[in-house]
Design a protein around this ligand. Sequence first.
Ligand code: FAD
Ligand code: PHB
Length: 389
Amino acid sequence: MRTQVGIIGAGPAGLLLGQLLHRQGISNVILERRSAEYVLDRVRAGLIEQGTVDLLDQAGVGRRMHAEGLVHDGVELSFDGEHHRIDFKALVGKAVMVYGQTEITRDLMQARAAAGQETVYEAEDVQPLDISSARPSLTYRKDGVSYEIGCDFIIGCDGFHGVSRSTIPAEVLKTYERIYPFGWLGILVDRPPISPELIYAHSERGFALCTMRSATRSRLYVQCPLDDQVEDWSDDRFWSELALRLDPSDAARLVPGPSIEKSIAPLRSFVAEPMRFGRLFLAGDAAHIVPPTGAKGLNLAASDVFYLWRALSEHYETGAMAGLDAYSQTALKRVWLAERFSWWMTSILHTFPEASSFEQQLQKAELGYLVRSPAAMTALAENYVGLPY
Ligand code: FAD
Ligand code: PHB
């Protein structure tokens, strides 16, 4: 079997790239280790930048997003008993959209099925081969049978724990990493959001975030120690801890209810360079991880896909390799800016167990400055809504 572009991973990066390439007449096959149901069951990101919205429109999957997504013109920051709104619209003339990763994945899967494009779910032992040659291939097993697909290019969209990144020789790959000394415990609950916009709360007990999936469903997070287990957190404990971290006026609006999902995610910053080796290209979490505080993970996967889509389209139209040759450098520029912003948002809003009293005072000064300086608020707004591609 042959295809032009072989894609590993049916997360948002792989599915979006597959759909954009298909609309350009470029054939592609996606190999995914899990089942479609498993992929759809993962609760992850919820907030998308205008650039991601535009890209989903270009992929022809924007209809439901525009009907059901919630446009947000700003966010609230809460700390020290004060509440501050960062007005994106007024500061930088842009907005963001609340539309869950699960819904994006569902829309992309449906579009792919409707277009008759092939996705192999539950593909075992996927391996990219001969990536330094002009004729790479992908091998995998399914139901005990081995297969090989010849490709022009292989795109690793297989997330942080995928196989693609480790195919790049260790002497070529440089990695950068920061592990934070806490995680986020998140619950999904069928209760209306307590506020029309997201609330990022800093308190001495730790960070908390009130976000949402719809007008009737909330997604709530609290910072927790790295070694905490989901079982340590009953719903009652979650609701009381959240209330203690919010401004009393916000806490008073909480209506506790049973969680329909509960999970803990460790926080990490990670970048692997280069994002290309031979005919293998990495996109999304396969190449980089950001802590979720800046809501950038999914949006970075989208900008990687944009650069690859443009470069592959140019290649198949003209034979040029220039865009593909520049991919790693182009994508990494934006990746590092999002890494910087996500690290900074994480540093100002969380409670760091090891922080000295000097560092604690600096953090207070930073937050105080942020909400009083239009210049500082503008810098936050510009990054939060998404830097240009
Ligand atoms: P993924 O979504 O990870 O998709 C990769 C796909 O590749 C998966 O379907 C996987 O099964 C498949 N795969 C892996 N290995 C193989 C293999 N060997 N062969 C074949 N297929 C393989 N971002 C936010 O902005 N806000 C959040 O709240 C948030 N929460 C998160 C919570 C968790 C637990 C995680 C893990 C991430 C979270 N993120 C969040 C980040 C965001 O979800 C990711 O940045 C986004 O999913 C990246 O998309 P992707 O397609 O690159 O990778
Ligand atoms: C979410 O809706 O899950 C979400 C929103 C903003 C973030 C992180 C997560 O910064």
